[in-house]
Design a protein around this ligand. Structure first.
Ligand code: KG4
Ligand code: ZN
Length: 370
């Protein structure tokens, strides 16, 4: 790497069930973004099986990295650094990426940078919104996180709200399972709700946490959906287990299937009403936080930020309040390595480097030193 040249970073992400690698130029441009998704394998088990995930990462990581370099048209001599997700995530999955990235960096004589997965999700916004710069408020909504974060500067974050129980994505996944849509829940609920679901069919509760207007709670909503399904099943004289088994994993599943023949409520109605309750809380809290902090820029990050209803409602409400909204395209919302390369770029500029003792940190907190 010579002076004044573009800074190219090879990034690796393996925190959960996606094996991903990317080459990112100057923190803002993904020259390649290769993702091998293990979803089909885990679908058979109704969720991610950690042991299988790490074995698959071992199998796929080398071809995925080679493809990322090939697609970007670069070789190791062109790279400035190697970046890798160090946490949070599944320990076995993280370890594969960390070990691979360290070995690659050592062999190529390159510096290594460990990146926080959530900082990566936030940085995904920089790729398609080149004008976006801190400070801004970010709603982080993924399978394991639901957080309101003030991005004060590159690499400087202030957590102002978090979930007290389930993450938003987790609630999507659990409800999807209960209504027979299977895994992965979020995209399936999204699609099912769109297929004619009425968002006002059932008035599910909006979670509220006493004492902090920006915190979240989704376990009450999840229970309300399960109770509703139970009461419908009881009305039909059958235990809820039968109701679920009929639908579980049914690829020809019909969104118009009746949940309650008496009221005409269908599966898509339950999906849309549940989704509306989640979206309502996420958007209301975000707008309130932006207004009370006087922040005019809001971004969204993480898998749930791919949700169609959330994007639409957030867009409308931000427009109404005169807030500028940013969100990545769906592929950059869910796990990918381009976002890791992007976050790493700013760490790289700040002089941050890790040694070969870099380790996976499954419970890594936002802003916690790696
Ligand atoms: O960010 P991500 O890919 O992985 C984690 O870091 O957790 O997020 C995965 C989560 C899953 O819970 C998935 O169901 C949810 O994001 N998700 C969605 C959508 N696409 C993915 N939730 C709602 N609507 C979607 N379209
Ligand atoms: Zn993620």
């Amino acid at each position: 790497m010579k002076e004044n040249e573009d800074i190219l970073i090879l990034a690796v992400e393996s925190s959960c069930d996606e094996t991903a690698a990317a080459v990112v130029k100057n923190g803002r441009e993904a020259l390649s973004n290769v993702i091998y998704s293990q979803i089909d394998i885990h679908t058979m088990y109704g969720g991610v099986v950690p042991e299988i995930a790490s074995r698959k990462h071992i199998e796929k990581i080398d071809p995925v990295v080679s493809e990322a370099l090939r697609k970007a048209g670069v070789s190791k001599e062109d790279l400035a650094a190697v970046a890798v997700t160090a946490g949070p995530g599944l320990v076995g999955s993280l370890l594969v990426g960390v070990a691979y990235a360290k070995a690659y960096a050592y062999a190529a004589g390159l510096p290594i940078l460990g990146v926080h997965h959530i900082e990566g999700h936030i940085a995904a916004n920089y790729i398609e919104n080149r004008e976006l710069e801190p400070p801004f408020l970010c709603l982080v909504v993924s399978g394991g996180h639901t957080e309101l974060v003030v991005v004060e500067d590159y690499g400087r974050f202030r957590l102002i709200g978090t979930t007290h129980d389930d993450a938003a994505g987790e609630a999507f996944d659990k409800v999807a399972r209960a209504i027979g849509l299977g895994y992965p829940g979020g995209p399936k609920v999204d699609k099912c709700a769109k297929a004619g679901g009425r968002k006002d069919a059932i008035a599910f509760p909006r979670g509220h946490v006493d004492g902090n207007d920006f915190d979240f709670s989704f376990s009450g909503l999840k229970s309300a959906v399960l109770n509703y399904l139970n009461s419908c099943a009881m009305k039909q004289g059958g235990p809820v287990k039968d109701l679920r088994e009929k639908r579980e994993g049914d690829v020809n599943f019909n969104p118009d299937a009746l949940i309650d023949p008496e009221t005409g409520v269908t599966v898509s109605d339950v999906a849309a009403s549940f989704q509306e309750a989640v979206v309502d809380v996420l958007v209301t809290h975000t707008i309130e936080a932006a207004k009370s902090l006087g922040i005019g820029k809001v971004a969204m990050a993480g898998g749930v930020a791919a949700n169609g209803a959330l994007r639409e409602r957030m867009k409308n409400d931000c427009e109404r309040e005169g807030i500028k909204l940013y969100y990545p395209s769906p592929l950059l919302c869910t796990d990918n390595a381009a976002m890791i390369g992007c976050a790493a770029y700013y760490d790289y500029l700040a002089g941050k480097r890790h040694g070969l003792d870099l380790n996976a940190v499954p419970g890594l907190g936002l802003g916690q030193k790696i």
